[in-house]
Ligand binder design. Structure first.
Ligand SMILES: *[C@@H]1O[C@H](CO)[C@@H](O)[C@H](O)[C@H]1NC(C)=O
Ligand SMILES: *[C@@H]1O[C@H](CO)[C@@H](O)[C@H](O)[C@H]1NC(C)=O
Ligand SMILES: *[C@@H]1O[C@H](CO)[C@@H](O)[C@H](O)[C@H]1NC(C)=O
Ligand SMILES: *[C@@H]1O[C@H](CO)[C@@H](O)[C@H](O)[C@H]1NC(C)=O
Length: 367
């Protein structure tokens, strides 16, 4: 059980607090003054190694991956498994689901499958599915750096993000599915994607898989993810998962949280690179969509940090694709009765698991 629960309840549905928070975020997390922003950026840049090995942003790929990050929000698991859901169209055609994991207790959803283009294993994590995304965002401001990342001196992360991946059935199931997929389909590269809180989980998953399979096998693309760790963690992350693109959109508030305070040294959150900032530039009355490939610092002051992060609407749409729950209820899911695409459906520790591969595989120790 995640400790997040109690704090969420504590802060539940206080819209005035949410408003106050947004104001606080404006004052603290992003400086609109270019000089201050540049000064803030320096601290980060000195620490970071530019080690993405020439890995570059591919817009076509981003347009495909954002559709996986959107589809994982689907609550009808039958149509999600069969890849017939409304969000399972377009650039993701031909995707073959291997496993869907729904951790009911912690309200997490993820899937693993095989994509024809780019031919690879895709792992997607759903973001938070609460009644109010604003409540979740409000909570984000107060997240503490309270867990040391194992094996990495000085690296700190937030307990809730960490345990959501490492201390739930989700991790075990993903490692098992990836292991089975690579055994069955060959050594395919692995793409991990996620939006919002799902981006935080995707980051830990990509790090985990990089350590297991090697940095060149794993690529990460997240959309509107929050910061997850301190500067040491970010440096470590960039070394381990160099093939990372962290997409931010215009004034999306979430990438500004938890806040970055340049003067706090290791006691502040710090993004890893490489950010790609989507924004509109208006010249006269012509609106141009612009994508800025940011520097290798993780906290490029000319990217999303150059603007006030205050928009929830910008958080819920990337590349024109909707990224939020398709139903109003919290953690709802539906399983239809006419589907035979999945080989087995299990419940383990309050987690629903639908897999293509037969049940006996679950007993195999793959981790
Ligand atoms: C359920 O069965 C009908 C008729 O066979 C089919 O058209 C539909 O696509 C199925 N639903 C799903 C989610 O696969
Ligand atoms: C970008 O990704 C698409 C889709 O996988 C691929 O067809 C294309 O060759 C890639 N472009 C570059 C420059 O790598
Ligand atoms: C992981 O979960 C177990 C049981 O659910 C709990 O006892 C343990 O304290 C958790 N560990 C962390 C680091 O939260
Ligand atoms: C895109 O944005 C950058 C700043 O991030 C700016 O320097 C550049 O001129 C913009 N390009 C267009 C085509 O508007």
């Amino acid at each position: 059980m995640l400790r997040e629960r109690s704090s969420r309840r504590r802060m539940a549905s206080s819209s005035t607090a949410a408003a106050a928070l947004v104001v606080a975020a404006l004052l603290l997390s992003s400086s609109p003054s270019p000089a201050a922003a540049a000064a803030a950026g320096r601290g980060g840049e000195l620490r970071m190694k530019h080690s993405d090995g020439g890995y570059s942003y591919n817009r076509t790929l981003a347009h495909i991956f954002v559709q996986y990050a959107s589809a994982v929000y689907t609550s009808d698991l039958t149509s999600l498994f069969a890849w017939t859901c409304p969000r399972c169209q377009g650039g993701t055609k031909g995707f073959e689901m291997i496993e869907i994991i729904v951790d009911v207790e912690n309200c997490l959803q993820a899937f693993v499958g095989i994509a024809p283009d780019p031919q690879s294993i895709i792992i997607a994590f759903r973001g938070t599915q609460e009644h109010s995304v604003s409540n979740w965002i409000e909570d984000l401001f107060w997240k503490q750096l309270d867990v040391g990342y194992p094996g990495m001196p000085d690296a700190m992360v937030h307990h809730g993000f960490y345990t959501a991946y490492y201390n739930t059935t989700v991790r075990h199931e993903i490692l098992e599915s990836v292991w089975w997929a690579r055994k069955t389909y060959g050594r395919l590269p692995i793409n991990v994607v996620g939006h919002s809180m799902g981006g935080a989980l995707a980051s830990f998953c990509a790090l985990d898989l990089s350590v297991k399979y090697g940095s060149q096998e794993v690529q990460l693309m997240t959309f509107g993810q929050p910061r997850v760790g301190n500067p040491s963690f970010a440096a470590y992350f960039s070394d381990q998962v160099p093939r990372t693109i962290r997409v931010t959109h215009q004034n999306d508030i979430v990438p500004h949280l938890p806040p970055y305070f340049c003067y706090l040294g290791e006691w502040t959150y710090h993004h890893f690179s490489r950010e790609v900032w989507l924004h509109e530039t208006i010249v006269g009355n012509v609106v141009t969509r612009n994508e800025t490939i940011c520097d290798g610092s993780g906290e490029d002051p000319t990217c999303s940090r150059s603007v006030y992060g205050r928009s929830v609407a910008d958080h819920l749409e990337y590349y024109g694709v909707s990224l939020h729950a398709d139903s109003r209820g919290t953690c709802q899911f539906v399983i239809g009765s006419n589907n035979t695409a999945y080989g087995s459906i299990l419940e383990v520790d309050r987690t629903i698991i639908m897999t293509r591969y037969p049940q006996e595989w679950h007993a195999v120790e793959s981790i």
